[in-house]
Design a protein around this ligand. Structure first.
Ligand SMILES: Cc1cc2nc3c(=O)[nH]c(=O)nc-3n(C[C@H](O)[C@H](O)[C@H](O)COP(=O)(O)OP(=O)(O)OC[C@H]3O[C@@H](n4cnc5c(N)ncnc54)[C@H](O)[C@@H]3O)c2cc1C
Length: 402
């Protein structure tokens, strides 16, 4: 039997399986009703089903909410291979995520790389336990794709920093406890005048205003800072050295967005939906030949995408983490998710056009809302155009001569 890093994988699988079977709360076996059940953790986390908290606590206790982080910071200390086994065992029992967290997906990995030992001890264990919900303060009204134009000022006031400015599209800022925020600490330089700070969203001077989306929800906010005092020990990395951390975090963000494949779609199988609502021909195939061909092409692209992700993961094994190549995956994942959600709505026929009401099943309504939400996939985490630019410059080296 293969031995990976001193631990037998099959023994680990047996141990993980037994633990999951004993500890996954049976009441969570049904799929989540809607987004309100998503386990984001944080000070205000009060799930409808209290077993969601139990599941989070049990997984956090094992460090399996951040399985590959070092044990000394509360993580699971698993190898990449063990983590894959754990993921497959979680899929096997159709487990809901124990914790969804910008802290786990984005902030934690850069803290592990750039934070002081004191900062790691202070922030990482609480991220693993889902105690603090984080939001991302990057974009501003005048700084999206050209993020380094950001203007939120951070002034050194001797014993603290003082922050004034505005962020926009800050996902869940109104629900978050803390923010990881890019600020300008030097106005004479562009990229070299940016710093990376962390602060509490309940600090005096922080205000959030939710923005309503076409899908009907308000997942992000305008966020205003007026004379917000931030202790100096909450600067991560060097003063004016935040751009490097910002870019690294974006690689983790793109990797995570892509790994999740964006999800959504109301759990509807588009082939079955098309057979039911569009009809079948005399061979039992989807009757509409054009739709049938587009669904087949999409399924092939989806399969090729998953194989590419696996290959990229294998290639990244030797390196220290994600690279600019995450832009390829993020670009493709956004395109595929938009295509998938559009095809699902088309396959549902008239049942795909329901916004609310008894005439439509919850999954059908969710399919339409997911299709509309997916429009943002090619914008969030860096637009598709910007990701193609990254691929051209940093992966293919095409623009080196400009
Ligand atoms: C659902 C969602 C969640 C988000 N969550 C967050 C969050 O939590 N925190 C946060 O800070 N931000 C968040 N954002 C913001 C997101 O990062 C920005 O919207 C994105 O980076 C684009 O910036 P912008 O909206 O200012 O568009 P712009 O930069 O103004 O771009 C407008 C258009 O011009 C194109 N364009 C711009 N520059 C170039 C170029 N050089 N070459 C080719 N085309 C170009 C873009 O591709 C785009 O099509 C979120 C966005 C969405 C949609």
């Amino acid at each position: 039997m293969a031995d990976f890093g001193g631990t037998d994988l099959e023994a680990f699988r047996a141990e993980a399986r037994a633990w999951l079977e004993a500890n996954y709360p049976p009441s969570l076996k049904a799929p989540m009703d809607d987004e309100s059940e998503a386990p984001w953790g944080g000070r205000r986390f009060a799930p409808k089903n209290p077993d969601a908290q139990l599941w989070l606590d049990r997984m956090a206790e094992k460090g399996w909410t951040a399985p590959m982080w070092p044990k000394e910071y509360g993580g699971g200390g698993l190898s990449r291979e063990q983590n894959k086994v754990l993921e497959s065992e979680l899929r096997r029992i159709k487990a809901r995520p124990a914790l969804m967290s910008f802290g786990v997906w984005m902030l934690g990995p850069v803290l592990l790389e750039y934070a002081t030992e004191e900062q790691k001890q202070r922030f990482l264990p609480d991220i693993v336990k889902g105690k603090i919900r984080w939001c991302q303060g990057y974009s501003e009204p005048g700084a999206g794709s050209d993020l380094a134009s950001l203007q939120t000022r951070c002034e050194d006031k001797g014993d603290h920093y003082l922050i004034n400015g505005q962020k926009v599209w800050t996902s869940y800022a109104d629900q978050a406890d803390w923010i990881f925020c890019l600020v300008r600490t030097d106005t004479s330089k562009k990229h070299e005048g940016i710093s990376f700070v962390l602060f509490d969203m309940t600090s005096p001077g922080v205000e959030t205003r939710p923005i309503k989306l076409i899908s009907g929800s308000s997942p992000f906010c305008e966020t205003f800072f007026t004379d917000v005092k931030v202790p100096k020990e909450q600067l991560v990395g060097k003063l004016n050295g935040g751009w490097e951390i910002a870019k690294r975090l974006l690689q983790y963000e793109r990797q995570n967005i892509s790994a999740g494949g964006f999800g959504g779609g109301g759990g509807i199988d588009m082939v079955e939906a098309a057979k039911e609502h569009v009809g079948v021909d005399d061979q039992g195939r989807i009757a509409d030949a054009d739709l049938r061909a587009r669904i087949a092409a999409h399924k092939m692209d989806q399969h090729a995408f998953l194989l590419t992700v696996r290959r990229a993961e294998a290639e990244a094994k030797a390196s220290k983490g994600p690279s600019a190549a995450t832009s390829i995956i993020k670009y493709a994942a956004a395109k595929l998710n938009q295509e998938r959600t559009e095809l699902t709505v088309e396959a549902l026929g008239l049942q795909g056009l329901g916004w609310e009401g008894d005439a439509f099943k919850p999954g059908e309504v969710a399919a339409l809302r997911s299709m509309l939400r997916a429009k943002a996939n090619s914008i969030e985490g860096g637009t598709s155009e910007i990701n193609l630019n990254v691929v051209a410059k940093r992966v293919l080296g095409l623009l080196d001569h400009q």
